[in-house]
Design a protein around this ligand. Sequence first.
Ligand SMILES: [Zn+2]
Ligand SMILES: [Zn+2]
Length: 373
Amino acid sequence: MKSDFETSEKRHLSADSQPDMLPDYSGGMSEAERALLHGHVDGEVGGEGDGQLRGERGDATGGLRAELGAGQLGAHVRAALAWHESPKRSQGWDLHTHTVFSDGQCTPSEAIELAKNAGIAGIALTDHDSAQGWSEAEKRARELNMPLIRGTEITAEWGHTSVHILAWLYDPTNEALAELFRTTRINRVRRTKKMVEMMGKKYPITWEDVLKQAGGTAQTTIGRPHIADTLVAKGLFATRSEAFLGPVSSKSEFYLPVISPQVDEVITTVKDAGGVVAIAHAGSFARNKEILSDQDIRHFADLGLDALEVWHRENSPEQRVRLLKLASRLGLLATGGSDWHGPHGKPNLLGENLTDPQTLQAIVTRGVLPVVE
Ligand SMILES: [Zn+2]
Ligand SMILES: [Zn+2]
């Protein structure tokens, strides 16, 4: 009998942490972002101070200005944008990182050490659907005096779109949230095992091989990256990326989606647990054909969403501008994070995208859990 997982209409629901191919938009600020910022700075310098965008800059930014019309940027978003634009900005926080407790390659201790050496102000640990790396991270953060925010990146669904939700500073003893993580972990492992069994008919790999490759810790949420690493370890593919272009791809005959909770359920559960919630890489087309609409995001803001992750390498310049405008309109914070997974596999560098100190302060004020310092 075919299970629900195997029906073809569900195959577009890619809920995995590693998309097949990632674009890189990490190279600084776009013309559009600059225009958005300078429009406001000009307005303030001109003594109006009302945040209105003005239309007297006769350069390539005219189209965007017209599109923005009389749009206003809220104080939080304007401050965040100014910080990102500033060449001599103060130290920022990396609010989005992964360790071996999900699909990253470094331990939480190593992540803290690397963050300390990188000279960033602080780091948030946000492993997928798990809080199990927190205690190790906390210990090392205290030893090294490295400010740490404890968090999780939660996989959710909305329509045909896979959505990642960053949840920071929530109460880890909250039973509803713990249950949500448990269910997701079980579903993910179940589907990964099924994929490996299907793949085993064509490639010489077994579930035991993948378990061994994942390091054998019960905490690790085993997913497609571990299958890819096993295929590499067996010499069947040269790199993780090549495996992701082959049998591990979401377009492969072996692909099965993970069943995830709905976005609204995740937001309300994290808010009930005293956490702070952001939509990760909200403008990324690398993971979905359709991304969340303005209307979707407005709905989530009504449910208590706190922030949008604007500064992430998968958000195009156009999407960053869209997200900044939305954040401003809906009173949301604008954050940045590297989505670092370790030295190999993904190109994301620790600290390549950051969150400004003022936004960080707003997040810390809202969360029920204190920063580890
Ligand atoms: Zn993500
Ligand atoms: Zn991530």
